[in-house]
Design a protein around this ligand. Sequence first.
Ligand code: M6R
Length: 618
Amino acid sequence: MCGIVAYIGSQQAMPLLLEGLKRLEYRGYDSAGMAVTNEQGQLQITKCQGRVSVLEERLGQGAGLPGTSGIAHTRWATHGRPSDTNAHPHRDDESERGSGIALVHNGIIENYASLRTWLEERGHTFTSETDTEVLVMLISELFDPANGIDLEKAVQAALREVTGAYAIAVVCEHEPDVLVCARKGSPLMIGIGQGEYIVASDPSAIIAHTGQAFALEDYQVARLTRTAFRTSTLDNVCVSPKILNLELELQEIELGEYPHYMLKEIFEQPRSLRNTLRGRLDTIEGRVVLGGLSDFIPNLVRAGRIIMLGQGTALHAAMIGEYLIEDLAKIPTEVEYASEFRYRNPIIEDRTVVIAISQSGETADTIAALQEAKDRGAITLGAVNVVGSSISRMTDAGVYLRVGPEIGVASTKAFLGQVMVLTLISLFIGRRRFLSAETVSQYLRHLETVPDLIERVLEQSDAIRETTARYVDRENWLFLGRGTNYPVAMEGALKLKEISYIHAEGMPAAEMKHGPIALINDGMPAVFVATRNSQYDKVISNMHEVRARGGRIIAVATEGDQDITAHADDTFYVPDLPEALQPLLTTVPLQLMAYHAAVLRGHDVDKPRNLAKSVTVE
Ligand code: M6R
């Protein structure tokens, strides 16, 4: 959603904050800004509409912002369009009413309208259209050092009045050696250095400075000086955070030789999936080893129903998981948009297990749905990538994806990580229910080969670019598949639309006849995921139906399938695998098509229009 960086220490804050903003820019990039406290204790604020590079240029034009503490922000607009005025930081009134407080915020203050009215009645003047400005004014209104209400206490008191989600970092001219942060619903991590602290929305902006950090929990406030920190609840009760060792390597979050993070992450998939599998396959005994689930084996084996929740790409992974769990573990399974589940009075029976799928572990809709499931008594599991994220902490148990940081806004390696983890969970449960050791062993041997097989698919990248170039000016595309390849088609369509802005629809191939076939006109591209499996012949019939109406067929087919060339205009091949595992390969050509289409159309692949990596508001 938005990215926050803040610093207090002995180094100049400005270059450090800028570097952090660049690392967090994938979280939002419609405006950027920073406030640095100078030696005289005055706040200096520079902010503007546009990318971090625009802010950098603006800062470079003057003397910069000298000082050793500050806050910074890169924005994804919610309340108020992108503009210089709406950019963060926001400060309280410039008039004598102001207390010299500035704040950056990620999240949404839901009751901002009533708070704004109350503050206006008390004489505050607002200049922006944001909900954030209300929060800084409220802190300012409550700040009363003469009566013992310092910045920390004013923040605590203000947040007791707020509903919604927030991660905030606050500075104040009256307390120039203090930085206050807080969170509810939006992530915030505090890196602990030698005589310095660096605060950020995610570890990527911290690891260049320190490997020690802690994550703030919901409703917690941290008061940082250069030499000490204190964490408390909103009621000012002291709490001790759990200090973590960040295990990220800097190279994992750097582009290296690649032009875009998305391409880097597509090509990283063989390596990231080897990590997902490491230590989890026992091919001799025919067992999957998932230590994170060991305390919940009886609950999983006896589960009467599994519900999987997610949004976007994570939902598509869950849809594949539904096929896998029903097929391999024989437990009735449903998939639902987390955003819908939460508001429809869902039925959670005695033996219901809910699995939340999420790369970031911070998606607001998924968190809210998970909370609903917990409140109704479900056992909850997470299939999450970001270690220590909200979902990983909320769930009873879980399995990490282990694919490393995903920075490209379009999710790629996390999707295959999610599918892989759901495959492992299906086999883990299946083995304890009906599957023989021999059957599981066979699947595991196939899974071991998947990283190498993906490398073979990636070799076609240039050919995929050439083919994509022939269709890239078409504004409407269809993506079709059956069985486990139906969610793959959905994911292919989502990838194409989110970075190339081409209208694409993914659906079960059979569904096309029930309406969408009316869209097909001369030259319309239809991408069929048509691997050799139980529904191959039916998919070929669907191809005929498209061709007969002038559509052009791009097929993803099984290596060695020469027959397909009679039905398709263009074909990409993937190695053969058992049907249940095919999505681990068939997804890859679609990721590459979307990537090449976006580049060919001249779009910024890693920062697509209107999107942000992590959607931390509902
Ligand atoms: O972090 P999550 O996996 O919970 O995110 C869910 C979706 O917001 C995410 O998959 C989104 O659809 C991606 N932009 C897709 O590429």
